[in-house]
Ligand binder design. Structure first.
Ligand SMILES: *[C@@H]1O[C@H](CO)[C@@H](O)[C@H](O)[C@H]1NC(C)=O
Ligand SMILES: *[C@@H]1O[C@H](CO)[C@@H](O)[C@H](O)[C@H]1NC(C)=O
Ligand SMILES: *[C@@H]1O[C@H](CO)[C@@H](O)[C@H](O)[C@H]1NC(C)=O
Ligand SMILES: *[C@@H]1O[C@H](CO)[C@@H](O)[C@H](O)[C@H]1NC(C)=O
Ligand SMILES: *[C@@H]1O[C@H](CO)[C@@H](O)[C@H](O)[C@H]1NC(C)=O
Length: 754
């Protein structure tokens, strides 16, 4: 496996703009990383050695002794070298260890009968005032009071660490963490364990800062932001230099947080991520939030998929960011069905700023320009359209001018800021970012324009010999006027490359211009990415867990998915802000873009019915993917054979969404699903469905009568299709409805293959 994980942060801070050559959300792999990924046989490299602990020979008293003996046998050199002994051992969500080996030694290691997998430790790169209110959480009624604000539920964060002194982590009014909790805070450089309290109940580090200490302190802000979003305490008067002023809340403001640092700077390592997940589950977290991801790889080669499988098997709900590589199709990552995969959507909050052109036209963009921002109307200066390369931003070229850069020229923006042109206009240069949704924290007057406004700007520049413009900043935060949510252009889309018959992402949540706690000098920051969407769902899961302590992770996921909305605040279908050029054409967000829709916690705590799944279902799923028994054992070590392939294949996993692939010669597909009743009173549900033209649907039975709680009833759906062009996708849904009290909705994606 040679993959790259990134912290899925869409927007970079100015300080990072100097260092991060990126215009896209995902921080790209530096060029020299490829060399690091392909170790020459003589040089050593970290490998994750997964073992089947059931195969431990009895002569070894402990697993550690067995592992040391393996290292001594296959790499005497490593065994001698104290600095390259076992870097991590794993014993909760998976078994094994991490060690430095040469490529040749790693090959020998993989032939050891007790070893079930050897994975190269790829360098994984690191990729709210309004949002709780916008997803329908109110202090006085509904999901918040009903679930006691998630009180006592522990959310674990595998991320860049924490800045514990922030007001969002104040434990005022919180009782002690439950006595079964095994986590703790470690003393480390720059991090005194006494910084922890009844809110921050654990902090450990599994990766050292570059050239520095092993400390849970967050040097970059990402982990602090993510944990504040999911579980931050109420902070009055929160804002970023006046923007988004209001009360900042996490989604589950009384949940506790435990921090497992596996990313230093923006780089995470698979070996550290697995160690972090292992420790979190062993400590007893209820929910795990991972705002990171790599390129999609087959599940049995993906250490994060294997480790999170172990976590869900122990009852931990795991949520991950879906990636920031949209709007390209098949860009979604973290696609295993036991993961809850989250895409990013806007909220109804915008930070408008205007560009006044010399011809009188007014173009509206967005800006978080903070200095002298109050009602500042700058004077008209010459406009220069520039490639914005390093050479173009020399002081003599930019002084006294307003630079117009395309967003792909972001890499040099830091330079322009240092040299100080009077203005900086960024234009989204891809048609698919029709609206400038991501606001930027400029330190000089600046704003971001969408593609359409950018076209008008360039037309003006080329129509007159001396184009001029000025800015108008109001420092206003406007809410409730724009259509929202809208799926962000950068949010990664399905279908999943390796498991196309599982619909991903599962849901979308607020991930654009999110205000939450930050590291260092800044108490708060406003940033964007599927990294920010992921902890919103972690918070919702904490609220559900508080109400329903005995629910499996699959039940929690089902509740979130089947109650998600496909409509926006105007009552119209949620729009896709990143329609690609692949001919799909629709401007509404299809299930490949938004999954089941936008999360609504008020409904998710009371879904009526759920689609449950557990280890046996997932074994059937993995066997249906035609994995060998040895590959299935990486997930379930006690597997001896593959007797249970799912009847009808992968698509028959009891997932809350459906993918129906019609192949030539099989224009009829039948899927089976099982619903579990989770509400108290007897209820009768009837099926309603929608299907595209040329597809007929038959649900059997049409009515399900549930008498008691936990009762399970199954139904089948037969889909018949006309022939359609190979590669085409179309969409529908199935809703089990109980006189409008409960609506259990599943999106259905149809695909035609030759
Ligand atoms: C011991 O391991 C360290 C770190 O992997 C490496 O830098 C060093 O060269 C190794 N020493 C020997 C004698 O192999
Ligand atoms: C935590 O919040 C309480 C109540 O608002 C306040 O009195 C206290 O000073 C805060 N503690 C810290 C460390 O900021
Ligand atoms: C941690 O903080 C406590 C209380 O402020 C102090 O007594 C202790 O010396 C500190 N420990 C370290 C290692 O700095
Ligand atoms: C998206 O697809 C386009 C065209 O195929 C390609 O040029 C671009 O690099 C892709 N973007 C990402 C983020 O993969
Ligand atoms: C697994 O193998 C069977 C038999 O060859 C084939 O029909 C099926 O499509 C394969 N499934 C997948 C997911 O590749």
């Amino acid at each position: 496996m040679a993959s790259t994980l990134s912290v899925l942060l869409h927007c970079t801070l100015l300080v990072l703009l100097l260092a991060q050559p990126t215009h896209s959300s995902t921080i790209q792999k530096p060029k020299d990383a490829t060399a690091e990924q392909k170790p020459r046989s003589s040089s050593s490299h970290t490998y994750i050695i997964q073992t089947n602990h059931l195969a431990k020979p009895s002569q070894f008293a402990t697993l550690e002794r067995w592992y040391s003996s393996m290292v001594a046998t296959h790499s005497p050199r490593a065994a001698m070298n104290s600095s390259s002994r076992l870097l991590h051992t794993y014993g909760t969500v998976m078994h094994g260890f991490a060690v430095r080996l040469t490529e040749e030694e790693s090959r020998r290691m993989s032939s050891n009968p007790g070893v079930s997998g050897v994975y190269e430790d790829a360098p994984y790169f690191t990729k709210t005032t309004r949002s709780p209110g916008f997803i329908g959480l109110h202090e006085e009624l509904g999901a918040w009071p009903e679930s006691e604000f998630g009180d006592g539920i522990v959310i674990g964060f595998v991320d860049t660490g924490i800045w514990p002194e922030r007001a969002s982590f104040n434990d005022s009014g919180l009782g002690p963490v439950r006595s079964s909790w095994k986590g703790k805070c470690v003393d480390a450089e720059g991090f005194n364990a006494s910084l922890c309290n009844n809110k921050l109940v654990g902090a450990k580090a599994f990766i050292a800062e570059h050239g520095g200490a092993l400390t849970p302190r967050d040097k970059v802000g990402h982990g602090t932001h993510v944990s504040g979003t999911a579980a931050g305490s109420k902070v009055r008067g929160a804002s970023l230099s006046g923007f988004s002023r209001g009360t900042a809340w996490g989604v589950a403001p009384r949940a506790r947080m435990a921090i497992y640092k596996a990313c230093a700077g923006f780089i995470c390592r698979a070996s550290s991520i697995a160690a972090a997940i292992d420790a979190a589950v062993s400590d007893g977290v209820d929910v795990l939030s991972l705002s990171l991801g790599g390129p999609a790889s087959p599940l049995h080669e993906d250490v994060v998929a294997i480790a999170t499988f172990g976590a869900q098997r122990r009852g931990v709900f795991v949520v991950l960011a879906g990636g920031n590589s949209g709007p390209n199709a098949s860009s979604v990552v973290n696609v295993a069905p036991w993961m809850t995969t989250v895409g990013a959507a806007t909220t109804d909050r915008v930070f408008p700023a205007k560009l006044l052109l010399g011809n009188g036209d007014v173009l509206t963009g967005q800006s978080l320009y903070t200095l002298k921002a109050r009602a500042a109307l700058t004077s008209a200066v010459p406009l220069v359209s520039s490639p914005c390369g390093m050479d173009d931003l020399k002081p003599e070229k930019v002084m006294g001018k307003m630079m117009v850069c395309s967003k792909s020229a972001w890499r040099w923006r830091g330079m322009s800021i240092i040299h100080g042109p009077p203005g900086d206009v960024s234009v989204d240069d891809h048609e698919w970012f029709r609206d400038a949704v991501v606001a930027e924290p400029f330190t000089l007057p600046g704003l971001v324009l969408g593609y359409a406004a950018g076209k008008k700007l360039f037309a003006y520049i080329s129509s007159v010999p001396y184009p001029v413009a000025s800015f108008s900043f109001s420092c206003d935060t406007v809410t409730g006027q724009n259509r929202a949510p809208m799926v962000a252009g950068f949010s990664s889309r399905g279908p999943s490359k390796f498991v196309p018959e599982i619909l991903k992402p599962d849901v979308v949540a607020p991930g654009v211009n999110i205000l939450a706690a930050w590291s260092g000098e800044s108490e708060f920051n406003i940033v964007s990415g599927t990294s920010m969407a992921c902890p919103h769902v972690a918070g919702v899961a904490a609220l559900i867990k508080k109400r329903h302590g005995d629910w499996t992770p699959a039940m929690v996921r089902s509740a979130i998915m089947t109650t998600a909305t496909t409509l926006d605040n105007f009552g119209k279908p949620i729009l896709d802000n990143g329609v690609g050029k692949d001919g799909r054409g629709a401007t509404y967000a299809t299930p490949l873009v938004a999954g089941a829709g936008f999360v609504l916690p008020a409904l998710a705590v009371d879904p009526g019915l759920v689609y449950d799944a557990g280890t046996q279902d997932y074994i059937g799923f993995l066997c249906s993917l035609n994995y060998t028994v040895n590959q299935v054992r990486r997930f379930v070590p006690e597997t001896t054979s593959c007797p249970t392939t799912l009847l009808g294949g992968v698509a028959n996993l009891n997932h809350p969404s459906m993918v129906v692939i019609f192949r030539a010669g099989s224009r009829v597909r039948t899927l089976t699903r099982t619903l579990t009743k989770v509400s108290e009173d007897p209820e009768t549900y009837t099926a309603e469905f929608a299907a595209p033209e040329g597809v007929t649907v038959a649900v059997t039975p049409r009515t399900l009568e549930f008498r008691h709680k936990k009762e399970k009833l199954s139904y089948t759906v037969e889909f018949r299709s006309d022939v359609k062009p190979a590669g085409a996708w179309d969409f529908g849904h199935i809703i089990w409805s109980n006189k409008n009290h409960h609506q259990v909705r599943s999106p259905v994606a149809f695909n035609w293959q030759s």
